[in-house]
Design a protein around this ligand. Structure first.
Ligand code: NAD
Ligand code: MG
Length: 298
């Protein structure tokens, strides 16, 4: 980012341009703090304006990447926050917590594995207790394993990718429904992969298609309770998921270069949309999927 003023007008094509990312490999789920370059989640730039004052948000995957960008924005917009992540990511989560606490909001960390049904229930109960209620679910966590052929996707991988990306949405929302008041917002995280699947992401793209369908159908179910459900569908965004098995090493230098913008996005470029979909500003919008793709069509 060249300008310190996130809101100063500038050419979005030049923004965050790189000559390509360096190859780098981390074990799943990866640590954002060790990435080169470290993704921009709006730590130094996002400014809030009370758009979520008094709201209480549970954010899965809030330690890093898109989830951290949402967490920073929500905190600066006045919300209290509970963040879920895996134990391995404690360093990223602690860093996020320190940042959020500077905003003067409540921040509660809930490490645990979303592939475990019981943990999903525990996470919702704990978030509700610690925050004194819950009215935003930002379901951002996801798992992606680049795999050349269907023959190499073993049943363990298949179960895990579907459990984390899809089943967990069912488990979390089911646990939260008795708690969420009218006016609550649920935001899922699908992907351009739901619309334009890559051959090396067969299982992952299938889960993202499922998340799109889940969002659209659940929105219709829940509007009678006054709860809205929408989805964000990112294109290529520079995050830990990509360097911890989500892409093949040889794909990293060109990551995002095939978009009309000819660059990858940064997590902070999704912050505003997660805020908009959580806030009352989107009061007439449900069951929608919004692309943040650098110009590739959903
Ligand atoms: P990220 O690695 O920073 O965040 C993903 C998070 O998922 C991790 O921080 C981790 O906390 C969480 N997670 C993974 N497995 C988990 C498990 N078993 N239990 C609990 N948490 C778990 O990467 P990101 O790109 O910011 O990913 C956020 C979301 O965006 C994901 O759903 C991903 O599929 C989606 N997405 C990303 C891109 C992209 O290009 N980065 C594109 C489209 C969609
Ligand atoms: Mg992480």
């Amino acid at each position: 980012m060249k300008s310190d003023d996130f809101y100063a007008m500038r050419n979005p094509v030049d923004e965050y341009r790189t000559e390509g990312f360096p190859k780098q490999k981390q074990p799943y789920p990866g640590l954002q703090k060790d990435m080169k370059p470290v993704p921009d989640c709006g730590e130094k730039t996002y400014k809030g304006n009370n758009r979520l004052k008094g709201r209480k948000a549970l954010i899965t995957g809030g330690d890093s990447g898109i989830g951290r960008a949402a967490a920073i924005a929500y905190a600066r917009e006045g919300a209290d926050i509970a963040i879920n992540y895996l134990d391995f990511e404690e360093d990223d989560a602690k860093e996020a917590k320190e940042l959020l606490e500077k905003e003067g909001c409540k921040v509660h960390l809930i490490p645990g594995d979303l592939a475990d049904e019981e943990f999903n229930k525990k996470m919702v109960t704990e978030a509700n207790e610690k925050l004194g209620g819950l009215d935003i679910l930002a379901l951002v966590a996801g798992h992606q394993v680049a795999t050349k052929s269907i023959e190499d996707i073993d049943t363990e991988q298949l179960h895990r990718v579907f459990a984390i990306n899809v089943y967990s949405l069912f488990w979390t929302v089911k646990a939260a429904l008795p708690i969420l008041p009218a006016g609550s917002a649920i935001i899922t995280t699908s992907s351009i992969q739901a619309y334009d699947p890559s051959r090396h992401l067969l299982d992952y793209a299938s889960t993202k298609g499922a998340i799109k369908a889940f969002t659209q159908a659940l929105g219709e179910q829940l509007i009678k309770k006054g709860i809205r459900v929408n989805s964000v569908a990112p294109g290529p965004i520079w995050t830990a998921l990509q360097v911890s098995g989500g892409q093949f090493q040889e794909s990293l230098p060109k990551f995002g270069q095939d978009t009309p913008f000819k660059r990858a996005g940064q997590p902070v470029e999704l912050s505003g949309l997660y805020v908009f979909l959580a806030s009352q500003e989107s009061s007439y919008i449900t069951s929608e999927v919004f692309g943040v793709t650098g110009g590739s069509h959903l």
